[in-house]
Design a protein. Structure first.
Length: 264
């Protein structure tokens, strides 16, 4: 007779399998919607949205909420699910504040910039997950794709935050150039004036620092691999090491054969 503990574990296992199956079914549609959401956010930050595009964005946002709620209901361990999706949850709540105008404070320009900052960070997180499903979490293609998203969307955010301040980033190409310089650790003479711009600048700088190290390691591995393929190079390649191991093994065999002959 099954115990209550075994029944509970079996139920959790069934719910986890159902969650995985639904995630696989919705992977491609949610992937398309994720990239569409990033595109709409970029248009909103740079030019603003028309009523039709606002309706489209609201529809995509509602689908994201339904997807999140369904996964939360099916998740066997709900607290762990929430902990691993905190940024996603916040990015889904923020549009509701702007849509329903729950308080007058959200109409203030500073509050709107703050909500935009949360929306940009949350969208970058969603873009990272979308690219991870497309290319896998490892590999140069994933890092290049993510860096492109961070560059374009980060520049749109910096332009939205800094375009109205004195001597700010007046055009999107200027913000794009500034963001590229920041990500490559070269920097520029301009420093963000708004609190939201400084916060986004800090996040972009952290990403640029991490990715710069990854690209440096990748290039070093590439050139070391090219050098290792050359038999005359100073760096020993896999073939040279394998040949050395074979020589050592053969030498040991010869020594053992010589000792056996001496004993006879």
């Amino acid at each position: 007779m099954p115990t209550p503990t075994s029944e509970k574990e079996e139920l959790q296992h069934e719910r986890y399998e159902l969650l995985q199956q639904i995630t696989e079914w919705l992977e491609t549609p949610m992937l398309v919607l994720g990239f569409g959401w990033l595109l709409l956010l970029g248009v909103e930050l740079i030019w603003g949205l028309s009523p039709a595009l606002e309706m489209l964005g609201t529809t995509i946002w509602a689908i994201f909420i339904l997807d999140f709620v369904a996964k939360f209901i099916l998740a066997p361990h709900k607290l762990s699910f929430l902990k691993s999706n905190v940024i996603t949850l916040v990015s889904l709540v923020v549009p509701a504040l702007r849509l329903f105008r729950l308080a007058r404070v959200f109409r203030a320009a500073r509050a709107v910039r703050g909500l935009r900052l949360v929306k940009v960070v949350g969208s970058l997180n969603r873009g990272m997950k979308a690219l991870a499903r497309s290319f896998g979490r490892r590999g140069l293609s994933y890092v290049l794709g993510l860096t492109g998203v961070v560059l374009l969307l980060g520049a749109a955010g910096m332009y939205a935050f800094e375009k109205d301040v004195p001597n700010g980033l007046r055009t999107y190409p200027e913000a794009l150039w500034w963001t590229a310089m920041l990500l490559t650790s070269m920097g520029s003479a301009y420093w963000p004036e708004t609190s939201e711009g400084r916060a986004l600048c800090f996040i972009l700088a952290l990403y640029g620092f991490a990715v710069f190290g990854y690209f440096t390691a990748t290039l070093a591995s590439f050139f070391m691999g090219r050098d290792a393929e050359d038999p005359e190079a100073e760096v020993a390649g896999a073939a040279a090491v394998a040949a050395l191991h074979e020589e050592v093994r053969q030498l040991r065999a010869d020594l053992q054969a010589g000792r056996a002959a001496d004993k006879r």
